[in-house]
Design a protein around this ligand. Sequence first.
Ligand SMILES: Nc1ncnc2c1ncn2[C@@H]1O[C@H](COP(=O)(O)OP(=O)(O)OP(=O)(O)O)[C@@H](O)[C@H]1O
Length: 354
Amino acid sequence: MDARYARQIQLKDFGPEAQKKLARSRVLVVGLGGLGLPVLQYLNAMGVGTLGLMDQDSVELHNLQRQVLYSEVDVGRMKLEAAHEKLMAQNTKTTFRLHDSFLVRDNALDVIRDYDIVVDATDNFPTRYLINDACVILNKPFIYGALHGFEGHVSVFNHKTGPTYRCLYPNMPSFDEVPNCDENGVLGVLPGIIGTLQALETVKLITGMGEVLSGKLLVFDGLQQRFTKIGFNTNPKNKKIKGLQEHYDPLDCRVVASISAEDFQSIREQEKIQLIDVRTPDEFEGRHLEEALNIPLDALKSLPKNFKTNRKIFVICESGKRSERAIRQLQKDCPDLNLCNVAGGMLKMKTLCP
Ligand SMILES: Nc1ncnc2c1ncn2[C@@H]1O[C@H](COP(=O)(O)OP(=O)(O)OP(=O)(O)O)[C@@H](O)[C@H]1O
């Protein structure tokens, strides 16, 4: 095959057959952040034939210290668009499938069905349980990566008869129990290390090379440069998942109802809308949409009395993250509220109505 892949083809345990297997394989990467980007860059460079990209987030300035595929000019752009552009330039032979949405219960089975392997490069528990359950139902392996402080975890779940994510962590923690990157912080280089290990497991799985991390959790301690492997077994009951809805609370899932900034702009051009801006008063002062009411996230306990709760209420922030959190917070107490997140937030709106 290609001279391009000569250096890996010449490896004794790899050879032209493994290269062909890569070219025929279809890998879905869920999450185009710190983990997902190194996974994609290496799989793309090494010649994986079809890569699925899935995310509906936009690039923020504070992503750049670890999401090294993006540059300063990408801030405010959708990650899907920015990542696709760069990956296409990196390897014009790859087939890219773009999924311009978050993975949620309603789309998980349809999306995952068309791939051989799923890489979980997300940052939240509901999505991990969702990926696990969908992969068990569809009998697909998935490559897990997670970060916690200076530590990173990697494993391969649901590989043949091997254990699933639920065999290691049977129950999903509640949303309040778990911190995320916004609160915890992450050292720029760590997702690079863990993401490349995920890419390595993906390649091993595709080619059959070496020993896959099935039934083993690899723990990397970045401060001590130490790798530890912890073994765990299959619990047969976790291999018998029938439907997604039985296994996690979709309200807890990171993904809430959302609308693209473009669609939101056309709605606000046509009708009167209700809009809450959950940024700080300083950010609001700097620039806001004229119909917006400012209720900063930390002051948002409930909706003001004059809000017409029978109508759709849009929530906006700078990038779409705090507004998502605000919606989740409000939905806990008022599950019937019709709330919708403006994806990409003010960063995106600025490009539509400068
Ligand atoms: N259900 C999902 N479907 C698709 N992508 C998801 C899903 N859940 C999370 N993600 C994406 O996974 C990525 C995780 O990236 P990362 O952990 O580096 O953090 P981030 O969300 O980009 O940034 P920060 O936490 O600093 O605000 C994000 O781009 C996020 O949008």
